[in-house]
Write a protein that binds this ligand. Structure first.
Ligand code: 5GP
Length: 139
């Protein structure tokens, strides 16, 4: 058995958190090191590391919670917008190996950027490469 993740410990009530939403399958709480006031994490209670690992029902419940919480978080801190993001895997910056969706309130002039800034340099892809990638994603 692997060590329970910090989020499993929050779900179990072993570590305190400012919980803002909870159902049988999903929980949301304020991030302990917020990028903005209201920065919220939406987390499936069952521990899975990657989005690809989530059972369908847990995934549906997770995204339903995101849908419900986005306006609530934005309105609670009178934000102008919201960045919704998942660091899905270590190479993408995931530090806690338990699926979670970040809801980060954004404000006019907050100095942050769009999600286009999260990857490295933009690749120069040919039409053939784009067609090939699209085909592989389509399956
Ligand atoms: P990641 O880099 O894995 O996408 O983000 C993990 C997030 O979890 C970080 O934003 C971090 O601040 C937050 N976090 C880590 N430990 C705790 C904790 O014990 N409580 C809460 N509420 N958030 C945490």
């Amino acid at each position: 058995m692997s060590e329970p993740t910090i989020f499993e410990q929050i779900v179990a009530g072993d570590i305190p958190a400012r919980v803002v939403y909870e159902t049988d399958t999903t929980i949301a709480f304020l991030d302990a090191n917020p990028l903005a006031p209201g920065h919220t994490l939406v987390v499936p209670k069952e521990a899975h590391e990657r989005l690809r690992d989530l059972p369908d029902e847990a995934a549906a419940d997770l995204w339903a919670a995101v849908d419900e919480l986005t306006p609530r978080v934005e309105d609670a801190v009178d934000a102008d917008a919201l960045t919704v993001g998942v660091n899905d895997g270590a190479a993408a910056g995931q530090e806690v190996p338990h699926v979670h969706v970040h809801l980060v309130p954004r404000f006019d002039g907050d100095g942050g950027g769009p999600i286009h800034g999260v990857a490295g340099g933009r690749p120069d892809l040919s039409d053939e490469e784009l067609d090939d990638i699209a085909g592989r994603i389509e399956g």
